[in-house]
Write a new protein. Sequence first.
Length: 133
Amino acid sequence: MGITELTIIDDVKKALMRGAFDGQGLPMPFTKEIFLIACHVAGTSYRDAKMFEPELRIGDFLVLKREPKNPHDPLAIAIFDEKGRKLGYVPQAKNEVLARLMDNGKFLFGKLVSKEWIDDWLKIDIRIFMRVF
């Protein structure tokens, strides 16, 4: 049984993920998208994955949000879809450098690469990028 958690996703963050100033898709000058890592989304078995999985599409942008007060991991990075639904987390084994970048003001985001049901577990593979201005 999963938990649904929603958060408000700022329109500015959505525009930055797309490399735009606004929802019109206008390109930002002098920006660069740098690929950092590929990983799966940890913790999807604790979410209501059957509720949101049909709406997830390959190539979707994903919002990364630091959770420094997370009681299980002070370097935790939550992963949300653009509707604000929490999908899970960056795996703890891969989050330290990403968390340090985010804590120092770098803009990181994800893109959905694949999704697959394995029994009752939704395996979501993503790629994480940093946008440099």
